[in-house]
Design a protein around this ligand. Structure first.
Ligand SMILES: Nc1ncnc2c1ncn2[C@@H]1O[C@H](COP(=O)(O)OP(=O)(O)OP(=O)(O)O)[C@@H](O)[C@H]1O
Ligand SMILES: [Mg+2]
Length: 249
């Protein structure tokens, strides 16, 4: 199953992505984690790779070469099949790819580079035999680029405050435009039942998962330790969320 984790900045996307990855690994699955955040730190949250992994999006020479850019012309279907192996960090059944920020168009159009990254992501999303967890950039802009049109599920992470729910509404609208049918709300940083009531009422749906506030997770993040296994309640919440998603398939 291929899951993209979206939401407003700071709502807990990367933490929940790391927890989902760990829960899938604990079930004996093979997992590909993709960090598509412009300031990526999923590797640290997963306890992977002490060296800094350079995001593919920052490898300008490679992207230019693959896009075969020649003045205004470029290859819209560039070769990417050999890239995953070269740019994956591996540990047991887990592979991590740090995509980084997919460049925007506009000034100094990055369409050629974009074509390489989009092709790479689509190729990964269409491959079989591995669960994929995609930790997305905050906000809604990335949805306009259509890069996640081929995921099975979009999880929209919200916290019990209005701003995060407004962003969730915008994500929902854009995701429906992309014809993604499986959209779910995930509640993050929940402290009490009134938090859940607020989310249920303002979203008008039952969240597919809920993650309690955890001081262990907060401390682990501050100290740069992996977050996925520090609080069993959160790992159990991730396992339950995965179980709730599966009947949809
Ligand atoms: N359930 C939780 N309990 C306590 N703290 C949490 C919880 N989930 C996330 N946090 C903390 O909230 C902060 C933001 O979390 P995280 O980085 O996962 O959010 P994000 O949505 O990925 O942010 P960004 O938009 O910057 O990528 C971090 O300090 C993290 O440790
Ligand atoms: Mg993040």
């Amino acid at each position: 199953m291929k899951i993209a984790v979206c939401g407003k900045g700071g709502v807990g996307k990367s933490t929940i992505s790391a927890l989902l990855v760990q829960a899938l690994l604990d079930q004996g699955r093979k997992v590909l984690a993709i960090d598509a955040d412009p300031s990526p730190h999923l590797a640290r949250l997963l306890g992977l790779g002490r060296k800094t992994i350079v995001p593919i999006a920052e490898m300008k020479d490679l992207l230019q070469q693959r896009s075969e850019r020649n003045g205004p012309f470029y290859n819209m279907n560039p070769r990417v099949d050999d890239l995953p192996d070269r740019f994956m960090e591996k540990q047991g059944s887990l592979r991590l790819m740090v995509l980084g920020a997919i460049p925007q168009g506009g000034a100094g159009c990055a369409c050629a580079e974009n074509a390489v990254l989009r092709n790479l992501l689509n190729r990964l999303l269409l491959s079989e035999g591995e669960d994929i967890v995609l930790d997305m950039e905050a906000g809604v802009e990335h949805l306009g680029r259509g890069t996640i049109a081929s995921v099975d599920h979009i999880l929209i992470v919200v916290q019990p405050y209005r701003g995060s729910i407004e962003t969730a509404g915008k994500i929902e609208t854009l995701a429906r435009d992309l014809k993604i049918k499986s959209l779910h709300v995930v509640a993050s940083n929940i402290q009490d039942s009134s938090d859940m009531d607020f989310i249920r009422e303002s979203c008008g749906v039952e969240p597919v998962g809920q993650f309690p506030f955890s001081s262990e997770v907060r401390m682990a993040e501050r100290e740069g330790r992996p977050v996925a296994s520090v609080d069993k309640r959160l790992l159990d919440a991730a396992a339950e969320l995965i179980q709730n998603l599966e009947p949809v398939l």
